[in-house]
Design a protein around this ligand. Sequence first.
Ligand SMILES: [Zn+2]
Length: 380
Amino acid sequence: MTYYHLNARLLAPMMIQKNRQSNAPGGLPYLPGSTLRGAIAGACLRNGEPPESTGFRTVFLDRPVCFPDLLPSKDPDRPGRPLPITAATCKRSPGFSQEKGHGVHDVLAAFASEREGGPVSATFTCKSCTHDIEPFEGFWNGNLANPQNNEPVRVYHRHTSIDRRTGTAASSSFYFTQGISETWKGTDNRYHPQYLSNGIYLDDDQFDILSGWLSEPIFVGADRTRGMGEITLALTETQPPAFDLEAWNDSFMKKLSALTSKPPVQGVFFSIELTSHTILVDKFLRPSLSFMPDFPDTAIDMQMIRPQTVRGWQNSWQLPKPEDTAIAMGSVYLCRYTGDNIDGLKRYLNRLTAEGVGLRRPEGFGWVIVCDPFHIQEVI
Ligand SMILES: [Zn+2]
């Protein structure tokens, strides 16, 4: 398997509905893997590629490709990243320091130290103005040296229904839809293209087939008949995500020791962060919110997670997909390893980042990153 950067450029505004209720027309700020997968399969079938063909079977059925969520990005060469739940910023002047905010903190070590008996109040105030900090949600570029908020520009389309008898606007029937703009305005006062991207693992056959299919623009999301959701997709080979377990553990221990006066705890710390919604079930196949690394002598020391209901539409059934309870993207697990097989642990964690966890992985669920440096940084 080779790791590629899958980058979409928006040619028109894109609208992905959050849910099916017409009175709650909120839109998602990213392109879910399940929507992308459905759109590529639909385009493929419309172009005359039958479901029993070798190409269709190779990508969707026999060795299904795990299509990732495509997250907003301002840089065509760097995938977007969800901010972890542990990100927090000043209530009065939110945002990264270099974007004129008071900086973004990570509270994972602060919460972990609280559990160890450390002080709390000092770590949950803004270092610039001493006001409270609050959770900072959204997307960023994942670059600690040059952090940038990747939240896309939203567009709202207003609609009225037409009264069939009179041919005029129907009374009491005004609604709006929310989408992502295909451009954003930079500080240079120029408009730049909006990208949506992420990494994807493909074998050589899958790469050849997908590259052929993606030579033409495709349409995704709602209101496609009005020209919404047109995107072009490109695949570029890139380096798979990597992590430095020992360095992360050392830095996290230092951060922890600075916050608590107790002697350092034993074991090797590492974090697992969900970069997409993740659907877990217990042994009776009931929805579960508890994740446990499948490696000996490993335990969850702390978790900061949020539940998320996952909805969808199955085009070939023309019916809604069953609703699943997932753990939301950005959720973070702080784990501790107390054994001595560090190389084995690294192999396990590498497999976790390459294969993901939980159900419905071909639709983009269950992607994780390990030892995110965001948690060991000071304010950025
Ligand atoms: Zn502040």
